[in-house]
Design a protein around this ligand. Structure first.
Ligand code: ADP
Length: 213
C-alpha cells in the first residue's frame, strides 16, 4: 500500500504516520524527520537544508527530490509524511518508477488548533522523536530526558510555515482530489480519535490490497 499524508504544520502528521506505518507494515518516510536528522548529523544534505528548515521555508526540490527518489526505491509500501508539498513535487512523485499511490489522506485542522499543538511540542535530542506538550518529560521512544523545542516552532517561523502551506500545499490537495485519490479526515480532537478516523478512511479494502488488483 502506498499512502501520502497531507496536512498543515501541527496537524499531527508525524504521530499519525508512525501509527499507520506500524499497523499496516509500511515504511514511514518523513521528509521533515530526514532533514532534521541530516542537520543533526551534519551531512551534506543537512548543510544544504539547514537554513531553509530553520526559517520555515521549503527546501528546494533539486535538493530534496533525489533523496526522496532514493528512499522510495528501497520501499514499495510506504506512508509519505511531509511530501509532496508543492505541485512540482506531486508531479515528480507520480513520475517515479514503482510509485502508484493508493490514497492521499488529508488531515484537516484549523489554524488556531495547529498553532496550539506546535507551540508546545518538543523534539528529543537523542533520537529525534517529536512529542506533544501534553506528553511526559522523557522521550516516549528512547527514554532520554534531553528534550528541546523544535528550532522551527518559534511563533514567527510557525506563522511562516502555515503561510507556505496555504500557498504551496493547498493546491496539492486539489490536485489529488482531481485524481480521485483524496480522503479527507477531520484532524481535531485527541490522538486516538483522529487515528480511528484515518483508519476508517484507509478502509479494509485498501488495507487488504483489493484496490491494487
Ligand atoms: P511540519 O509539517 O510540522 O511543518 P515537517 O517536519 O514536515 O513539519 O517539516 C519541517 C520542515 O522541513 C519544513 O518547514 C521544510 O523546511 C522542510 N521540509 C519538509 N518536507 C519538505 C518538502 N516536501 N519540501 C520542502 N521542504 C520540506
Amino acid at each position: 500500500m502506498q499512502l501520502v499524508l497531507i496536512g498543515p504544520p501541527g496537524a499531527g502528521k508525524g504521530t499519525i504516520a508512525e501509527k499507520v506505518a506500524a499497523k499496516y507494515g509500511l515504511a514511514h518516510l518523513s521528509t521533515g524527520d530526514m532533514l532534521r536528522d541530516a542537520i543533526a548529523r551534519g551531512t551534506a544534505l543537512g548543510a544544504e537544508a539547514k537554513e531553509y528548515v530553520e526559517t520555515g521555508r521549503l527546501v528546494p526540490q533539486e535538493i530534496l527530490g533525489r533523496v526522496v527518489a532514493e528512499r522510495l526505491r528501497a520501499d514499495g509500501n510506504f506512508i509519505l509524511d511531509g511530501y509532496p508539498r508543492t505541485l512540482e513535487q506531486a508531479e515528480f512523485l507520480s513520475g517515479l518508477p514503482g510509485v502508484a499511490l493508493d490514497a492521499v489522506i488529508y488531515v484537516a485542522v484549523r489554524e488556531e488548533e495547529a498553532f496550539a499543538r506546535s507551540r508546545g511540542r518538543r523534539v528529543c535530542r537523542a533520537c529525534g522523536a517529536v512529542s506533544g506538550a501534553d506528553e511526559a518529560d522523557v522521550c516516549g521512544r528512547c527514554g532520554s530526558s534531553d528534550l528541546a523545542a523544535r528550532a522551527d516552532d518559534r511563533p514567527a517561523t510557525l506563522k511562516k510555515r502555515y503561510d507556505v502551506y496555504v500557498r504551496e500545499t493547498a493546491p496539492v490537495i486539489e490536485y489529488y482530489r482531481g485524481h480521485g485519490l483524496l480522503r479527507e479526515v477531520d484532524g481535531t480532537g485527541g490522538r486516538e480519535e483522529v487515528l480511528a478516523r484515518v483508519e476508517a478512511a484507509i478502509g479494509p479494502a485498501l488495507a487488504r490490497g483489493d484496490d491494487n488488483g
